[in-house]
Design a protein around this ligand. Structure first.
Ligand code: SF4
Length: 427
């Protein structure tokens, strides 16, 4: 019995109660959200996970993606990154390894964390085809479906699946062209396969079979965004929108006919003035399914600081209604992220999630508590309300003031102290 079936039947499950308690909401709110397809809670019959609700009315969540590459592949490094992401506050993890013994690495990574873990089974199917036959274009539909089931049995509980790339999308892509090509590995693999074999995407043409597999293993379908732009100048183009239409149709079918929990994924590189429109369009098209945004990166010209570029876009996206943010690390577009990059990426995206929640959920209590702590120069209280207390403390301690009330920014001329000593301003 899936959570959607229970919710549609009016049953409130333990998972719904747990998420409701975390969010400070009524369990009935969560049940209604799941029944309507507006909320999901990834679970797995193969392992216990830390439950995390995603969707409308819930706090914005952050995903950290990790995984080996063909150049750098170490199981210890990936486990270290996964655990660092969890410790830094990631709400979910995606294991996207494509290098070395990636099956073994994925298994060990999943076993090393308590978070919900996502994957992209298509990567495995294409890489195994390349290893076996010499080329990714020799993959078969069965390879795709087998990889999906195999990964579910490892305890993967949500999967990005590129259902929305069909022949119509491919035509739009070819006709319109792109300045920055395709940045999605899934999109690149699948379009190359479709063009070479002159065949429809099996994840679209055999979507019902795919849904049956996902239902059997209780996996949340996250409709992949293979057409997301990798350049600002390609944002919101016809191929991206066409894929969104197909993904929205597939998402509805999966929820209505198969009682699957579904997330819809979105772009990508998007200029700031198009971010809110992308969120609203995605929500409207998909009947308000939980929206998972990969970025968004709002400029192309800051490699090395793309985590900051993303936090700017993600703040606007979350404020506009995006439910789930995929972090970006400082290594984006440059190298495989290391542990430090992962931590920085998570912590930066958590700021964006909070800024979004301040707007869409009115969550400003911590900001008010911080204001009061600052006004009264209560440093311990300030750390208590900081998103990253240890980091804040380390900066102050590294340049400790003579007068411990103030800080070394203004020293004896601390504005807050002058006011506090001369009159009573604080509310
Ligand atoms: S010294 Fe300046 S920066 Fe530091 S707490 Fe006082 S007013 Fe703020």
């Amino acid at each position: 019995m899936s959570l959607v079936t229970d919710a549609k039947n009016g049953k409130i499950t333990e998972e719904m109660k747990t998420v409701a308690a975390f969010e400070g909401l009524e369990p009935e709110f969560i049940r209604r959200g799941i029944a309507a397809g507006r909320v999901v809670i990834p679970t797995s019959p193969y392992r216990d996970v830390q439950l995390c609700g995603l969707g409308e009315g819930l706090t914005t969540k952050v995903n950290a993606s990790i995984g080996s590459s063909s150049d750098i592949s170490s199981v210890d490094m990936e486990i270290e990154k996964a655990q660092a992401a969890e410790a830094a506050g990631a709400d979910t993890l995606m294991e996207l390894g494509t290098g070395g013994d990636f099956l073994e690495i994925r298994k060990r990574v999943i076993d090393s964390v308590s978070l919900s873990v996502g994957s992209v089974p298509l990567y495995q199917a294409f890489i195994e085809a390349a290893n076996k036959h010499g080329s990714i274009v020799d993959m078969t539909a069965d390879d795709l479906f087998k990889a999906t089931a195999d990964q579910a049995k490892l305890g993967t509980n949500f999967m990005a699946i590129h259902t929305g790339i069909n022949n119509i999308v491919l035509d739009r892509l070819k006709k319109h062209g792109r300045y920055g090509g395709l940045c999605s590995r899934g999109g690149a693999f699948m379009t190359a396969w479709m063009l070479h074999n002159e065949m429809e995407n099996p994840l679209y043409s055999e979507f019902d079979y795919l849904c049956e597999i996902l239902k059997e293993h209780d996996v949340v379908l996250s409709t992949g965004n293979g057409m997301r732009a990798g350049a600002i100048h390609d944002a919101t183009d016809r191929a991206q929108i066409q894929e969104l239409i197909i993904n929205s149709e597939c998402a509805q079918l999966a929820h209505d006919k198969y009682d699957l929990q579904v997330i819809v994924e979105g772009p990508g590189h998007v200029p700031l003035d198009e971010v809110e429109m992308n969120v609203k369009l995605m929500k409207a098209m998909s009947n308000h399914k939980p929206f998972y945004m990969l970025g968004p990166l709002v400029t192309d010209i800051s490699p090395g600081r793309d985590h900051i570029v993303t936090a700017i876009g993600a703040s606007v996206a979350a404020a506009a209604g995006c439910d789930f943010l995929c972090y970006v690390t400082p290594a984006e577009h440059l190298a495989l992220p290391n542990k430090a990059d992962v931590i920085e990426g998570v912590k930066t995206s958590k700021i964006a999630a909070h800024i979004g929640d301040m707007v869409r959920l009115g969550k400003r209590d911590e900001d008010l508590a911080m204001a009061r702590a600052r006004g009264s120069l209560n440093w311990e209280e300030m750390y208590k309300h900081a998103l990253d207390p240890e980091y804040a403390r380390s900066i102050r301690d590294s340049r400790a003031p003579e007068d411990e009330d103030a800080c070394t920014m203004c020293g004896n001329f601390c504005a807050l102290k002058i006011v506090n000593e001369n009159y009573d301003l604080l509310k």
